[in-house]
Design a protein. Structure first.
Length: 314
């Protein structure tokens, strides 16, 4: 037990130290996620301001600061707290003989550097697509994912508006992905992480971008806006366009749909009028949501009719 506490505190302080050294520019620039996040955010924000898709959307749109808070909480605060837990889990699994190198299917360490990064990017993106699909498929997971879908006006910062449980829910398949590829990240994995961060910011940005024919490979703002649509197309009750960085999986698995390319569609999900608005209440929501279904009589009649027509969630 004592050694677990030691692992936790050592990892925790190590993360605090790393974050502080990032803030004070005391780490290699290409591993500086603190200033990297700020720089990418400012760049995408600037593009939104210069080339807005929804011209009447304010620069400081609805919930801009809430999303900015989520961005730093999920990327730094929560990462610092959870790192110790993951270090303990690694030790526990290790004591049963299970390590990151127990499941190697493709040993990418012998590949050229660019191929290592490409395979790492594609495999990690696929396991995240699958996790995202499951977040929509199962009600108890969807209750956590509703935080991300509670965005009403879309902008780059909405990218990292998500419940902290999502960090945990994405972890098993991401770890599995790293395990099958040799058990460790390629030495230049930061390229993949920064690329994914930029693509994710762009996917949520108020910019009309589709990348031409590359739209069948890369996710983009037009496609991802439809992922957030309030009223899903008929027969798509569990959602469309689950892609993270790549749209490829949605085209392969027939979950892609872009009914039209206009930017001012209604966003959210049926029932979001009752969804909490503050950071704390949103983060508590997923734990109690499944236990107390709202009484039918409290749902307005027109909404009940509406929902009958469109069974399901976003
Ligand atoms: Zn989603
Ligand atoms: Zn999104």
């Amino acid at each position: 037990m004592e050694s677990y506490i030691a692992i936790f505190t050592e990892t925790f302080w190590g993360m605090i130290d790393w974050t502080w050294r990032s803030i004070t520019f005391d780490v290699p620039w290409y591993t500086n996620y603190f200033w990297g996040l700020i720089l990418i955010s400012l760049a995408v924000w600037l593009l939104e301001i210069i080339f807005p898709w929804r011209k009447d959307q304010k620069v400081f749109r609805k919930d801009f600061w809430l999303d900015a808070g989520y961005m730093f909480f999920n990327f730094f605060v929560f990462a610092i707290v959870i790192a110790g837990v993951y270090a303990i889990l690694e030790k526990v699994f290790g004591s049963y003989g299970i390590s990151m190198s127990s499941l190697v299917l493709i040993d990418i360490s012998s590949f050229p550097k660019w191929a290592q990064l490409l395979v790492f990017f594609v495999v990690l993106d696929f396991v995240q697509w699958l996790t995202h699909f499951l977040l929509h498929r199962y009600e108890f997971l969807w209750n956590f994912h509703k935080v991300h879908h509670s965005v009403e006006e879309m902008g780059f910062a909405a990218h990292l508006r998500f419940h902290w449980m999502e960090n945990i829910l994405y972890k098993p398949l991401k770890t599995f992905g790293v395990m099958v590829l040799g058990g460790f990240e390629p030495s230049q994995a930061y390229v993949v992480h920064f690329a994914a961060l930029t693509i994710g910011h762009l996917n949520h940005a108020n910019i009309k971008l589709t990348y031409g024919p590359l739209k069948y490979i890369f996710n983009n703002p037009v496609m991802h806006l439809w992922h957030h649509v309030y009223h899903l197309p008929a027969g798509r009750t569990r959602g469309i366009n689950f892609g993270i960085s790549l749209s490829l999986w949605d085209y392969l698995f027939k979950t892609a749909e872009i009914p039209e390319e206009k930017g001012d569609i209604k966003l959210g999900f049926p029932g979001m009028e009752e969804f909490p608005r503050t950071f704390v209440s949103q983060n508590l929501y997923g734990f109690s949501a499944g236990k107390k279904p709202p009484h039918r009589a409290t749902i307005p009649l027109n909404q009940r009719r509406e929902e009958k027509k469109r069974v399901g969630s976003a």
